[in-house]
Write a protein that binds this ligand. Structure first.
Ligand code: UDP
Ligand code: MG
Length: 318
């Protein structure tokens, strides 16, 4: 029996693109079913993220016409990442494998075949990676690529130029669902789930119709979310400054003390140096508090400590 594939597509006010997206996805699904790559029980699952336009109406009509279309409606708009997780959560009940993609056809549907190929080779996660950003403006490209670099520097394990176009096996989705955090940054979480992964390259197209639902303000918020949801490095920077002030302040206090003794400088210079030293002391105290805050933050996420891929053992379970 061929595996059941679920496409998971978050939609927020996408009435302009849904008719075309659904048509193209259905063509692709028929192609995959026809070739015997996936089961006829496979579905295209649209997640309505609290849209204010006719998005849900369109999804229900699609389902009425062809049961290969299905839908999930959230009670209100919660943002792309939550919508995607809601879709994966639903799909995991029915599917062997999922592919998440945007509704606006920016993620090249042509890459699906290669993703399925990689999945059949035994990869649980296949990341869709943008090979070119020709259609992006210089500004979007520079900010996006800068973002990946900053994330790496912060020690967050993310795949360069990969957004949320990815294939995930059922066990990978189930692993992801064990992460109980509410500040979602899925492209940082999926690598943490582990399992064998692979990449497929595609050219990012322009949005088929309608406007981006991610204006600059949301993009910056998302980047900040990514860093603060994954890295405690900003807290550790405090210690670097603490050390700097401590050393410089101490050296300066000694130096100005000697210079004052020799009559070269006024007593206020010692005061100034001592102030730098005590700033270092205060920063160190803040840094120590930061270390505990950082631990607390990680504990509060209740992330799984491990996900077991395989056990080989011939003992009997008690
Ligand atoms: N989206 C969503 N909820 C939101 C914002 C966006 O589900 O609150 C969906 C949107 O419908 C699309 C995907 O997330 O399928 C990516 O959004 P968009 O294409 O507007 O972002 P961009 O490609 O411009 O970064
Ligand atoms: Mg888009």
């Amino acid at each position: 029996m061929a595996d059941i594939l679920y496409f998971v597509v978050p939609c927020y006010n996408e009435e302009e693109v849904l008719p075309e997206t659904s048509k193209r996805l259905l063509e692709k699904l028929h192609e995959l079913i026809g070739r015997g790559d996936v089961s006829d029980k496979s579905r295209i699952l649209f997640v309505d993220d609290g849209s204010k336009d006719k998005t849900w109406q369109i999804i229900s009509d699609l389902h009425a016409k062809d049961s290969h279309f299905s839908g999930v409606k959230e009670s209100r708009n919660r943002g792309h990442q939550n919508a995607l997780l809601a879709g994966l959560f639903t799909a995991a009940k029915y599917a062997d494998v999922t592919i998440s993609m945007d509704a606006d056809l920016q993620d090249d549907i042509g890459a699906v075949d290669k993703m399925i190929e990689e999945y059949k080779k035994g990869f649980d996660v296949v990341y869709g990676v943008r090979s070119a950003r020709k259609t992006d403006t210089f500004f979007k490209r520079a900010t996006a690529e800068g973002f990946y670099k900053i994330m790496k520097a912060m020690g967050v394990d993310i795949v360069f130029n990969h957004a949320d176009y990815r294939l995930m096996s059922r066990r990978a989705v189930e692993g992801l669902l064990q992460f109980k955090e509410v500040n979602l940054f899925l492209r940082g979480m999926v690598p943490m789930v582990g399992y064998p992964s692979s990449k497929v390259y595609y050219e990012r197209a322009e949005r088929f119709a309608g406007e981006s639902k991610y204006p600059l303000k949301k993009m910056l918020a998302f980047a900040f979310e990514g860093i603060t949801s994954f890295s405690t490095k900003p807290l550790k920077f405090i210690n670097v400054f603490a050390l700097l002030f401590l050393l410089l302040g101490f050296a300066a206090t000694v130096a100005t003390g000697v210079l004052y003794g020799l009559g070269f400088v006024g007593s206020w210079t010692i005061l100034l140096s001592a102030m730098a030293f005590f700033t270092g002391v205060i920063l160190l105290a803040v840094g120590i508090v930061g270390a505990y805050v950082g631990k607390n933050y990680l504990e509060s996420k209740h992330r799984p400590s491990f996900i077991i891929e395989q056990v080989i053992n011939d003992g009997e379970e008690k």
